[in-house]
Design a binder for this molecule. Structure first.
Ligand SMILES: [Zn+2]
Length: 90
């Protein structure tokens, strides 16, 4: 489980970055949003997922930017709604 703030997640989505769910390192370049099992340049494990994929699979714990779990929960809900729209093809 990787902990990211909503802001970090948003930034990663903007740049289509992936994240290693083993060591938590973001990729330094873009990957497909649904990427899975890519090699991590940091720890060498094949555990890099696209950020969307990582969230969908429940590997990312989205926290608020400050404190307050309510804000974090709202933020996570908003992101998941966006993902849902993104993944539901017309
Ligand atoms: Zn890694």
């Amino acid at each position: 489980m990787v902990k990211l703030t909503q802001q970090e997640v948003q930034g990663m989505m903007n740049f289509s970055e992936g994240i290693c769910i083993e060591c938590g390192e973001p990729t330094c370049g873009p990957v497909e949003p649904d990427a899975e099992g890519y090699e991590c340049g940091c720890c060498g494990e094949n555990e890099v997922c696209g950020i969307d994929q990582a969230i969908l699979l429940g590997y990312v714990d989205i926290t608020g930017d400050g404190d307050g779990t309510e804000a974090a929960a709202e933020a996570a809900k908003g992101l998941l709604n966006n993902l849902d729209k993104h993944w539901r093809k017309p």
